[in-house]
Design a protein around this ligand. Structure first.
Ligand code: HEC
Ligand code: HEC
Length: 104
């Protein structure tokens, strides 16, 4: 029930991402190479219009779908380490690498 609802939200989000920023594709969790963004992996209001100011990241980015693919172009992202850290510290870990996301 809850999972199905999440799927619907993700679907909607994927469409918004596609239409909204033009750099997405049909993979809901592919936002391209973040390292190349203006602030690296730190989120900014401009690149995170849909999620800015929200703290409940997993609503839109399910744990099991993030940090699966290295899109940095370097092939050296320590994704296994990132996943381990995120598994352990959950939402508390996100600001370490993605900044405050406008949440204080
Ligand atoms: C309401 C849904 C929603 C919530 C909540 C949300 N996000 Fe997002 N996130 C998105 C969408 C949609 C995108 C694609 C860019 C956009 O349109 O905002 C995105 C993109 C991203 C990206 C890629 C940014 C880039 O440079 O392309 C990261 C990293 C991210 N989110 C992390 C987080 C973190 C960390 C949190 C919690 C602090 C969070 N998100 C909360 C919907 C959300
Ligand atoms: C140790 C650093 C680190 C932590 C902690 C971390 N991330 Fe990330 N995250 C990254 C990096 C690096 C990328 C960029 C991957 C790429 O560009 O290929 C990324 C990418 C993302 C993306 C874009 C989609 C993807 O899978 O590449 C989302 C969404 C995201 N993170 C959400 C989160 C959320 C939510 C949390 C907290 C639960 C979190 N991150 C914690 C380093 C981190």
């Amino acid at each position: 029930m809850v999972r199905r609802w999440c799927g619907a939200v993700l679907g909607a989000v994927a469409i918004v991402a596609l239409v909204g920023c033009g750099k997405g594709n049909d993979d809901g969790e592919d936002f391209g190479n973040l390292i190349a963004g203006a602030q690296g992996t730190q989120l900014t209001r401009a690149e995170h219009p849909t999620g800015w100011g929200r703290s409940e990241c997993f609503l839109c980015h399910p744990l099991e779908e993030i940090h699966r693919v290295d899109r940095s172009g370097t092939g050296t992202l320590p994704l296994a380490d990132i996943r381990r850290l995120v598994d352990r510290d959950r939402l508390g870990s996100c600001p370490l690498c993605h900044g405050s996301n406008g949440v204080n």
